[in-house]
Write a protein that binds this ligand. Sequence first.
Ligand code: GTR
Length: 424
Amino acid sequence: MKYLVTIIALLISFNLPAQQRSVNYDEEEVPNYTLPDVLVSENGRRIKNAKRWEKIRRPELLELFGQEVYGEIPVEIEIADVIVHEEAGEAYDGLAVRRQVELVFVKDDLELSVELLMYLPKDSGEVPLFVGYNFNGNHTVSDDPDIRLTESWVRDNPSLGIVHNQVTEQSRGVSSDRCPIEKIIEAGYGIATIYCGDVDPDRDNFQDGIHPFSYQLGQFRPGYGEWGTISAWAWGLTKAMDYLSTDADVDSSKVIVFGHSRLGKAALWAAALDQRFAMCISNNSGCMGAALSRRQFGETVGSITKAFPHWFCENLNKYASREENLPVDQHMLLALVAPRPLYVTSATEDLWADPKGEFLSAVEAGKVYQLYGLEGLPVREMPGPDSPVSGTIAYHIRTGEHNITTYDWEQFVDFANTQLTTEK
Ligand code: GTR
C-alpha cells in the first residue's frame, strides 16, 4: 500500500511542470514541525478569552502577516467616483438584473478604474451577496453578451482570444463553468465579481495597478514590508465592500468574500483585514492561503516566492526554505476570520496545494472560534472525498483537480444558508 502511494505520487509529479517537480508529495517526508501557538501572544502570555484575542493577539497577527507575508497597505485611498454603466439590465431570462459599476480612484495624475459586475435576484430587495475576483475579465464568467469587456492588461492566452494583453469577444463565457450564476440567483443570493487585474495586473511589475498610488516621489516599488499583489487585491475587495455597503439592493451585513487559488489567498487576507465581510470562502488556496507552510508538502515558501515574488512583500523571501522561522503560519490567517463562518476546500488531485495542510490548518484555527463558544471544525480526521463537514468552519475535499466547480458552489450556498440566517 505504502509503495502504491509513492508510485502514484511519482506518477503525478512527472505530469507536473518543472517548477513543481522535486517537490515533496510523500507524507513520510513531511518534517516534524511545531506550529506557533495562535493563542500565545508575542510576549508569551496565553490568550484565554475573545476580548484578549481581539485586543492583543488579533492586532499582533495582522501586523505580522502585514509586515512579513503580504505587505502592509501603506495608504488610504477612497473611491473618488462611482460610474454606473448599467443599473438593472435584464439577465438570465428575467430571473436576475445585471449591474455594472465602475469605481474610480484618483491621486494626482494617477487614475484607476475597477469594474464590478453584479447579478442580483430580480425584485428581491436587499440580498446577501458573494463577492470575489475572476482571473481573466468579467466577461469570462458568463456568456451574457452584455458584459462589458475589460480594457485592462490581461495575460496573453491566444486560445482564449486574449492577444496583445487585451481581451476579445472570443473569451466571453470561457470561465462560466466556474460560477453557476443562475443557481446562485435561484438560491436568493447576489454575486459580484471583479477582474483582479483591474486592481493589480498579475505580473512582476509594480508600475501599474494600484501600487503607484502609494509611492513617494522617486519611489518605484513598495518597501520591504509593503503591499505585494495579494495585499493589493485584498485592498480592492475592501473597496468593493465600501461600494456594496452603499448599494440599496445588497444586505451589507451578509457579504461573503470568496476566491479560488491565488484569489483565495486574497479573499482570506481581505476577510482578515476587513471584518465587514460576514463569511469567507477559500477554494484550493494552498500555499500562503489556507495550507500550513511548515508541513513542506507541495508548494513551499521557497517555490512560491521564486515563481510569484510579486504576490508578497519582500520580507517573505527571508523564509524561503526557512519556514520554521516564520513568526506565523497559515492557521493564524484562518483564525483571523473568527468568529465569522469560514469555508476551506481542497481537491483530491490538487496535491500542489497540500489538501491535508489546508485541513489541519482549519482544525487548528478552531481554537480561536472556541473562544467565542463556537465549534470550528467538528472533526479532527480528514473527511473522505465529497463529504463536507461543518461547524462554524466548513471543509471539503472534492474529487478532481485544482478548480472551482458547481459542486463547490452548492456547498458554499448550503453553508451560507445555515450560517447567515435570513431574518434581520
Ligand atoms: C499556482 C500557484 C498556486 C496557486 C495557483 C493559482 O501556479 O503556485 O499558489 O495560487 O497558481 O492561482 O491557480
